[in-house]
Design a protein around this ligand. Sequence first.
Ligand code: DAH
Length: 339
Amino acid sequence: MESIIARLEAIEEGALKEIKAAQTIEQLESLRIKYLGRKGEVTTTLRQLGKIPSEQRPLVGKKGNEIKEKIQLALEEATEALKQKIAAEVKHIDVTLPGRRAYSYGTLHPITQVMREICDIFLRLGFDIAEGPDVELDYYNFEALNIPPHHPARDMQDTFYISSDVVLRTHTSSIQIRVMEKEKPPIRIIAPGAVYRCDADVSHTPMFHQVEGLLVEKNVSFSQLKGILTTFMEAVFGEGIGVRFRPSFFPFTEPSAEMDISCVICGGKGCRVCKGTGWLEILGCGMVDPAVFEKVGYDPEIYTGFAFGLGVERIAMLKYGIDDIRLFFENHLGFLKQF
Ligand code: DAH
């Protein structure tokens, strides 16, 4: 019995000391749980009442209840005192000060800003803007671009199928076909828009944006393509940017190339972002494949053209030094407000 009473007294002393030192209402609440809660120190100690002789129980029980009440009272007093202190501080708030402004003005999303910048540059280079549907026929997304059913190139893009012949467009190249079906050369368009692929990690989101370009006339050359794209990269990243073209493969262009720019992070010395190469892959391009012209009824003996496709998020990431594409779509104001 002595030992239980002694323990209760020790708990009381400790509790009162801690309550006195508490600075916030939250601290007081956790002290209440610590001492008086269902698993609190007073409660668990009193549960051992069953272990002592029955004639001594009333005395220990009474002591226990007294201690509980004391702690309870101390908690209430301390809470009340804190509340008054807070209320007194509130009185010092100067209500004549101007309020903090809410974000009352919206700004354009960084992807919209970069998209517009890209379009502006091409508009100045004499291109018009063309559009097409996000929900697209397999024919425009694949078939007419020289990607027949079962062609391995379909595996390069993890397509969202709506039905067997309707997809969410995996690239804006589909718009090339829609434009050529409706119009006769000369054609000089860019096609900006959202595209969809079933893919998600630091450099892929299921929805992202591309700008497709298409130029068709008589006697178009690969060097014209290089000239336009080099001018474009200089406009986005500055005159000093280095560029190079590597042979590649796309079903709708022949020959095809990938364009690299010198690493905008390290200036070409080699770093983590360019994996030590000094170069960054930036877009795909090439001369329009005669098979594509045949699909839209253009005579490939008369007309030639070039096409290119670039990722808007990729350009925005390099421009602003962002290393995770998902940041664009998480809608954290702290991130978005920086642009
Ligand atoms: N459509 C390709 C893609 O999404 C990009 C592309 C590559 C477009 C080469 C082109 C091109 O017009 O010529 O990966």
